[in-house]
Design a protein around this ligand. Structure first.
Ligand code: ZN
Length: 306
């Protein structure tokens, strides 16, 4: 079984806007291969916030191959493999959304989140973001370069393996209470130029969620606050848009809070309900929202505290 760490950078808030991918292959107790590629996203629209993170601008990728061309080299290794990613719901979301955007099937594989691994093996009040964990472990890398991030992710998994005495990275699942997730083909995300409810998938997602009606079926996320309190973020769908209600003080005052931001951003660091699939589901709902309801990951206008 191939074991490899993967990291994507995106051009804008869309999950299907991958502009770079990094990979690091693990065999036994070491990294045996590294690769990184630039990708021309479906549209050359780069959000300033994304550029600030990774430094990639449209001119860098204009002449690069598109997602299917770049990933054709790597998909055989992903298929049937064990994939590692730091905050895996994000990278898995990018992979799935990008494949769907080009009408390609999602290969079957399992994945582990090194953020979850780090939180169990190398916990620290400062948090377990990639940069922080790597710094604590003495892993030197250039953060937010996809190839470097994948390398650091693989090193974190190897460090956790040594720390726990697990037999191989795959053996981590036997010594830690980890969720190994199998990425299964899901409903297609709306294709480019067919956003939101205009697409069959968008309509299906919306009607499915609305039909689920009763309050108990709402998407809910339990988030650990900075003081250790447990807050609940729940989704409400209204004709005017998607609303995330948080039980914290700011949420009760109808202000946005960092718990809502975390769920929208796909940051699962403090997600104590561990319903990672629901984070992905929320991501899809947001992406499938009609154009006027589009939600940006950080500066969210339409999803708001209610
Ligand atoms: Zn809150």
């Amino acid at each position: 079984m191939t074991i490899l760490a993967i990291d994507f950078e995106t051009a804008n808030e869309r999950r299907d806007s991958a502009c770079a991918v990094g990979l690091a292959w693990i065999e036994g107790d070491r990294i045996v291969r590294r690769a990184s590629r630039l990708i021309r996203p479906p549209e050359l629209r780069f959000a300033p916030g994304n550029i600030r993170v990774h430094g990639i601008v449209p001119a860098d990728v204009r002449s690069e191959p598109d997602f299917p061309s770049v990933m054709a080299e790597f998909l055989p290794d992903l298929t049937g493999g064990l994939i590692l990613a730091h905050n895996a719901p994000f990278d898995m979301g990018v992979l799935r959304a990008s494949l769907s955007a080009y009408g390609l099937p999602v290969p079957a594989f399992s994945y582990l989140c090194t953020l979850q691994i780090a939180r169990q093996v190398f916990p620290d009040p400062a948090g377990c973001g990639l940069g922080k964990v790597a710094a604590r472990l003495g892993i030197r890398f250039e953060h937010h370069d996809a190839g470097e991030d994948a390398f650091a992710c693989a090193e974190i998994a190897l460090a956790a393996m040594r720390q726990t005495g697990a037999e191989g990275v795959a053996g981590l699942t036997r010594v830690l209470p980890l969720q190994v997730t199998t990425l299964a083909p899901g409903p297609d995300l709306p294709r480019y130029r067919q956003p939101g409810r205009d697409s069959v998938a968008g309509r299906a997602l919306f009607s499915a969620r609305r039909a689920s009606g009763p309050e108990d079926d709402r998407l809910r996320f339990a988030i650990r606050g900075s003081t250790g309190n447990r807050y609940e973020v729940s989704l409400e769908e209204r004709p005017s848009g998607l609303y995330l209600r948080c039980s914290c003080q700011a949420g009760r005052n109808r202000r946005r809070c960092r718990h809502v931001d975390a769920v929208v951003d796909g940051d699962v660091t403090d997600l104590i309900s561990r319903n990672f699939a629901d984070v992905e589901c929320l991501r899809r709902l947001i992406e499938a929202a009609p154009a006027g309801h589009r939600v940006e990951p950080v500066r969210v206008r339409r999803v708001q505290a209610a």
